[in-house]
Ligand binder design. Structure first.
Ligand SMILES: Cc1cn([C@H]2C[C@H](O)[C@@H](COP(=O)(O)OP(=O)(O)O[C@H]3O[C@@H](C)C(=O)[C@@H](O)[C@H]3O)O2)c(=O)[nH]c1=O
Length: 182
């Protein structure tokens, strides 16, 4: 298992060997001791699965406030996504900076996103299954969003007219949001 740094501190690309044969492949997706030895010490308690029918779906940018802020470990089990993490910790030298990583059924990469970051992704394929671990339970009261197209963040999405949930059409800008991350 290989943990690669990204341009944002604490955000890691995780690469895992897969063993291919005439049947297909086998891979170990998550091994707690290897993550913890690498300093990625989240205690994951829940696995989530989202399915997007179409290419051009954007989900995000999402986060939960403390005490239910979530670390996430994200992968695309089928299809291809551009996965995005945005640093929303007010005191951070990389506040409002973002990184993007292609996660796909082909590269089998995962993205580890700690608390204090907003998360979103855009599907590049039809029938995209995204599976991710979280280390805190879902909390509708503490669930928050930031506009996917916030110009102060300036994410270079591959499309300009995404398919959005009604919730994701209405998020405020980063400079307007409630945020308890320092
Ligand atoms: C995230 C979540 C949603 N739900 C419910 C609430 C709602 O009725 C329905 C759909 O929720 P949403 O529209 O928030 O789903 P979605 O837009 O896919 O939200 C997800 O987006 C990605 C980018 C993330 O980072 C996730 O943490 C999560 O926020 O599922 C749960 O029951 N548990 C959960 O953990």
């Amino acid at each position: 298992m290989n943990f690669k740094k990204t341009g944002l501190p604490g955000v890691f690309i995780v690469e895992t060997p897969s063993f291919e044969d005439h049947r297909g492949f086998f891979m170990e997706v998550y091994q707690k001791h290897k993550f913890h030895n690498a300093g990625l010490s989240a205690n994951f308690i829940q696995d989530n699965h989202s399915f997007s029918k179409d290419a051009g779906v954007i989900r995000g940018l999402h986060y939960q406030l403390n005490p239910k802020a979530q670390t996430k470990l994200v992968r695309a089990a089928t299809g291809v996504i551009i996965d995005i993490a945005v640093d929303i910790r007010k005191g951070s030298p990389t506040f409002s900076k973002w990184i993007s990583v292609i996660l796909s059924e082909y590269n089998k990469r995962q993205l580890y996103i700690p608390k204090g970051f907003a998360h979103g992704f855009c599907t590049l394929t039809t029938n995209t299954n995204v599976i991710y671990k979280v280390d805190e339970q879902y909390s509708p009261e503490l669930d928050r969003g930031i506009a996917w197209d916030d110009p102060d963040i300036g994410i270079e999405w591959p499309i300009t007219h995404p398919i959005l949930s009604s919730k994701d059409k209405k998020h405020p800008l980063l400079k307007e949001v409630e945020n308890d991350f320092s």
